[in-house]
Ligand binder design. Structure first.
Ligand code: AMP
Length: 283
């Protein structure tokens, strides 16, 4: 597997693959990789001839006072795990490669990026989609895989790729969870033992709301309350938002008449965790 921090090297390799008729799948990450990330690599590898994983802790998507400086960085372990998952190359650029001194462009998606995490973390999605636009320009993938864990990010990326006619297939990967239901996240390692114990109530609350829907409840406010009730005995958890939205537009929904995303952000101590569940039934 190729590991490089050179923009020229990775773009030359990808160009050569395309000339050889090989399709390129791409998985952008910030590293500190866990099974959730690796599932994305496996999905990319199943439908592309070559897979590039980027590992870049993107400074522009962190707000003031957020965890940029202590975000975990584990490049060596990350490289060996993505190789086992089927990656052909890791691109781990330096910040001044991605953002040279004269970098002057920002991409902004209106609407979809403004509620939920966009409201809680101003500027976050501008940072995310601008770096994705840069990375897409370097790698020029046929396909890129993003996790449903970050459902709003996925919707924003889809909008950008469609609006800017980037010609990249965006594939959604299901949320990978710990055995007690907690959505895997690089930030879970910040949790104390007590916070970790209570954090599993987040996914339990989402499941309870889904169960209530399955018994016939269609009122979104009632479903949100069901989620909140699951957290009432967890003093270390503080809900930042709980919202029911259309999964494509991220606009608020009051009744479940079609698929609805129940999306939440919860602080466990100082650690901000996000999770979501699709409220719908197959039958
Ligand atoms: P990050 O490194 O946190 O920026 O995440 C990189 C990619 O991995 C994003 O597309 C995330 O949605 C995805 N991802 C993170 N955690 C999970 C998870 N538990 N299950 C599935 N995908 C995930």
């Amino acid at each position: 597997m190729i590991v490089t921090d050179s923009e020229k090297r990775i773009s030359d390799i990808c160009a050569r693959w395309r000339v050889e008729g090989l399709s390129v799948g791409f998985v952008p990450t910030m590293g500190a990789l866990h099974r959730g990330h690796l599932s994305l690599v496996e999905i990319a590898a199943a439908s592309s001839d070559r897979v590039v994983v980027s590992i870049f802790v993107n400074p522009t998507q962190f707000g003031q006072g957020e965890d940029l400086d202590w975000y975990p960085r584990t490049l060596e372990e990350d490289c060996s795990s993505v190789e086992s998952a089927g990656a052909s190359a890791v691109f781990a650029p330096r910040a001044d490669t991605v953002y040279p001194d004269d970098f002057s462009t920002g991409v902004h998606v209106t609407g979809i990026s403004e509620g939920l995490c966009g409201a809680a973390r101003p500027g976050h999605f501008d940072g995310v989609i601008t770096v994705c636009a840069v990375l897409f320009g370097i790698v020029k993938p046929d396909l890129a895989v993003f996790g449903m864990k970050d459902a709003q990010q996925l919707a924003v990326i889809r909008r950008m790729v469609s609006d800017l006619r980037m010609g990249i297939e965006i594939v959604a990967a299901p949320v990978v969870r710990e055995s007690d239901g907690l959505a895997m996240s690089s930030r879970n390692q910040y949790l104390s033992v007590e916070e970790r114990e209570q954090a599993c109530l987040i996914s339990a609350g989402l499941e309870k709301a889904l169960s209530l829907f399955r018994t016939g409840e269609r009122n979104c406010e009632v479903l949100q309350k069901e989620f909140l009730a699951a957290l009432k005995d967890a003093p270390l958890l503080r809900v930042q938002y709980v919202e029911t939205v259309d999964p494509d537009t991220m606009l608020g929904v009051e009744r479940v008449d079609k698929q609805v995303l129940l999306a939440v952000a919860v602080f466990a101590g100082k650690t901000r965790l996000i999770d979501n569940i699709l409220i719908w039934s197959e039958v």
